[in-house]
Design a protein around this ligand. Structure first.
Ligand SMILES: [Zn+2]
Length: 77
């Protein structure tokens, strides 16, 4: 795939504005506000269950959604 190919997706959040994250280390689910996650003040987010900081907390649902969006974009192009 072209390295210049990029897209953005809306990560689904609940009615309170929280996004469901999943820790890749222990599999624990927890909620986070997107504004917290993207804030420059927050250098890294640690899992509340195991305390390990990871770069990627996207759940499989979100990754699946991203794949679908990506496929559709490729198809449109
Ligand atoms: Zn964890």
């Amino acid at each position: 795939m072209d390295d210049d190919f990029s897209f953005t997706i809306e990560i689904p959040c609940d009615e309170d504005g929280f996004v469901l994250m999943q820790c890749p280390q222990c599999g624990e689910f927890f909620k986070l506000r997107p504004t917290d996650y993207e804030s420059d003040d927050v250098l890294e987010v640690s899992c509340p269950a195991c305390g390990i900081a990871s770069e990627n907390y996207l759940t499989e649902d979100v990754i699946e959604l991203a794949m679908v969006v990506a496929k559709n974009r490729v198809f449109e192009a």
